[in-house]
Design a protein around this ligand. Sequence first.
Ligand code: GRF
Length: 218
Amino acid sequence: MKNIVCLISGRGSNLDALLQAAEAQQWPHQLDAHVAGVISNRADAEGLQVAARHGVPAQVIDHRARASREAFEADLQKAIDAWQPALVVLAGFMRVLTDRFVEHFRGRMINVHPSLLPSFPGLATHRQALAAGVRVHGATVHFVATAVDGGAIIGQAVVPVLPQDTEEALAARVLAEEHRLLPHCVRLVLEGRVVLRDGRVRLHGVDGRDLARLAVLP
Ligand code: GRF
C-alpha cells in the first residue's frame, strides 16, 4: 500500500477534498494507496478535526516548540519518514522549508498554491492578483523545489476575476478549484503518470480527459 502523508497548518479544506476523493474513488482498492497520516505544525489547526472525522491518524509537530528551523524539520522529517511515503502533500502547510528538507523529498512532495504560478508566489495571492488587475487568476499544483513556490508545474485551474471581486470572493472561487485540482494531481502522481525528471514534469499515458483535469479553464 502506497502511503500519502499530508502536511497542514490550518483549516484543512484541501485535506478534506483529498480524503473525500480518496474515499469516493476507493483509492485503497483502485490505486493501492491511502492517506496514512496527517501532520500539523499547529495544535489548533481545524484540519486536525478533518483528519479525525475521516479516521486518519494525525500528529502535531509544533515549530514554535523547537529551537530552530533545523530542529523542527529534523522532527518533521523523522515523523514523515516513519510512514515511508510514496507522496507528501503540502495541503495548506504554511512553513518555508529548507533546501535540505526539500531535497530529501524531491520528486515525491507536491504543494497546492492559490495563484497561477509563476505569478504571485508567496502570501496574500488574491490581494496581489486584485492589485495587479489581472483578468484571470487560479490555482497551481506543483512539485516542491528549493525556490519557494518555484517547482515544476503539474496542474493549473483558471478562474475569472470579476469587476466587483473582493479578496474573499476571489479566494472562495480559487479554493473551489484547488479542491478539484489537488486530488486529480495526487492521483496522477501516484499512478506514475506524472513524474518529475531533470526538474521537469513528464507525462506518461495521460489522455485528453486527464489533460483537461490538469489544465482547467473557466
Ligand atoms: C489554500 O488556499 C492553499 O492553497 C494555501 O492555503 C490555503 C489552505 O486552505 N496554501 P486549507 O487549509 O486547505 O483549507
